[in-house]
Design a binder for this molecule. Structure first.
Ligand SMILES: Nc1ncnc2c1ncn2[C@@H]1O[C@H](COP(=O)(O)OP(=O)(O)OP(=O)(O)O)[C@@H](O)[C@H]1O
Length: 242
């Protein structure tokens, strides 16, 4: 099970060896190995049902039934962002961000985080007064105010329109450059994975089927032929032929 490391500096932010998760006699995660370096951004692609969310839940400590013989090491400080913002409807935006935060200056830090995600001045708003994109910004602020060593994101932009999604990509890049958490992002969007990640992993039937390192020069230029080549390699690994 997950070993929490207190304040130790790890060589790897995530180290998974031989992880198994079964439902009945079906192994959804099948002897899975994965490591993520501190500050590294890894995107996880895979067909529906390939085990992406199951892996994320195991890393988040939300799954108490992962089989005990695997090794799973994650930092003590992990934050999770989901497809829906999961804001508390009865709490104002700032209260949502700082709720449960037990540090000095929690409120100031919350304000700062909201400013970082472009929501300065909206501290007193109620969640239902915000657009879907704004609500996801609050969810990001709520995660990052905790300065996580590991940020887990399960299709955080999946419900947003294309334009808002592009803006959120730019925002997430900026936030990750500033805070340097290790990131595992589950996505169905191949281009999103190339734009955001240092490394893309394709999961198939609970195992790593392919792995692709993304050069920064490529990720910043979707018009680059290198981008198209990486996209086509990833689509191949996903079993999609165009
Ligand atoms: N509680 C459960 N009981 C039984 N089977 C489950 C349970 N949770 C997940 N599974 C099965 O495990 C497999 C992997 O599910 P998971 O949600 O990890 O896939 P995914 O790759 O995230 O899929 P998607 O892209 O559709 O979200 C699926 O076949 C799913 O039916």
């Amino acid at each position: 099970m997950a070993t929490h490391t207190g304040g130790l500096v790890l060589e790897k932010a995530v180290e998974v060896r031989g992880l198994v998760r079964s439902y009945g006699d079906r192994a959804v995660l099948d002897d899975l190995d994965l490591s993520i370096a501190p500050g590294e951004f890894v995107a996880l692609l895979g067909k529906s049902g390939s085990g992406k969310s199951t892996l994320l839940r195991a890393l988040a400590g939300l799954d108490h039934d992962v089989d005990g013989h695997g090794e799973l090491v994650v930092p003590a400080n992990v934050s999770v962002v989901f497809q829906d913002s999961r804001l508390l409807p009865w709490a104002r935006v700032l209260d949502n961000v700082v709720l449960g935060l037990r540090t000095a200056n929690a409120e100031n830090r919350g304000r700062q985080s909201l400013a970082e995600v472009g929501l300065a001045g909206r501290e007193k708003a109620w969640p239902n007064e915000l657009s879907g994109g704004e609500q996801q910004r609050v969810a990001l602020a709520r995660s990052l105010v905790r300065e996580p060593e590991l940020l887990l994101a399960d299709e955080p932009f999946g419900a947003l329109d294309a334009l808002t999604r592009l803006k959120m990509h730019a925002l997430l890049r900026k936030l990750c450059a500033a805070h340097r958490p290790a990131v595992l992002l589950v996505t169905h969007d191949v281009d999103e994975s190339i734009v955001l990640a240092d490394r893309v992993i394709v999961l198939d039937e609970g195992r790593v089927a392919a792995e692709q390192r993304i050069e920064p020069a490529i990720s910043r230029s979707p018009a680059d032929p290198g981008f198209a080549a990486v996209r086509s390699r990833l689509l191949d690994a996903l079993g999609v032929s165009l």
